[in-house]
Ligand binder design. Structure first.
Ligand code: CU
Length: 154
């Protein structure tokens, strides 16, 4: 019994950490990073990107690449002055700061065809107090749930 309770407790802790740690997002989900008309604005909608999250771009490197560009270059599909260039076919971008990130494909016509994405991130620092109180409440819920689960298992 004590062992079961301990197990449930540690599982709850793991679940809690999983909920509050950084997330990994694969751009376009199954479709990946392509120029076949995937609506990346729709993919971004409703997602809450945070500092520390990882954005993964998957594509065939012979047919696409990944350029991080300025807002202006994003809007005009300008490839000539990228802030960063990625060509591996599976690029993981870690969000380092709460700002806007703009990515386009550098292959001719792809950005114009919609292979472009703007990712805005929220600052963790600004809502520090709400974040910690939320985590406290979450911890309380997890502890209550694990207690009842442990009682049921017995
Ligand atoms: Cu492309």
């Amino acid at each position: 019994m004590a062992l079961t309770k301990t197990c449930v407790f540690f599982l709850s802790i793991i679940a809690l950490f999983g909920a509050s740690m950084s997330a990994v997002y694969k751009v376009g989900d199954k479709a990946g990073w392509n120029a076949r008309g995937t609506d990346y604005n729709a993919w971004v909608a409703g997602k809450n990107f945070k500092v520390g999250d990882i954005i993964v771009f998957e594509y065939g490197p012979k047919h696409h690449n990944l350029l991080q560009v300025s807002k202006q270059d994003y809007e005009t599909c300008t490839c000539s002055a990228p802030l960063a260039t990625y060509t591996s076919g599976r690029d993981s971008i870690k969000i380092q700061a709460a700002e806007e990130y703009y990515f386009i494909c550098g292959f001719q016509g792809h950005c114009q065809a919609g292979q472009k994405i703007a990712i805005s991130t929220t600052s963790n620092a600004n809502d520090c107090s709400t974040l910690s109180s939320y985590n406290g409440f979450e911890l309380f819920l997890v502890l209550v749930a694990s207690y009842f689960l442990a009682v049921q298992i017995r």
